[in-house]
Design a protein. Structure first.
Length: 95
């Protein structure tokens, strides 16, 4: 069953975040993940929610999504993102 990583991101340091963007795709791919949305235009319809940047990744399973997020490969790249942005992130199981 597929799983999704969904993140709302507010970039606070563009140069550092760009370094994160360069490094993370290869790690995502190693865990079977792929981008479904990555910083495209957001149109608010309800609730006044206006994220600056929105990211959706699809993984083959919740287990693979967890392995990606908790991996030693991702840890140093995650540290870059945490320094360069404020984020809200969830993993959600698909149908």
């Amino acid at each position: 069953m597929a799983a999704y990583l969904v993140a709302e991101v507010e970039i606070t340091d563009r140069a550092a975040y760009e370094e994160y963007r360069k490094q993370v795709p290869a790690i995502i791919a190693r865990y079977g993940g792929k981008y479904l949305a990555r910083g495209g235009k957001v149109e608010t319809k309800e609730g006044g929610w206006t994220p600056q940047r929105f990211v959706i990744l699809e993984f083959p399973s919740m287990d693979q999504a967890r392995k990606f997020y908790d991996s030693g490969e991702y840890a140093p790249v995650l540290a870059i993102r945490k320094k360069a942005s404020k984020s809200k992130l969830i993993l959600v199981e698909g149908l």
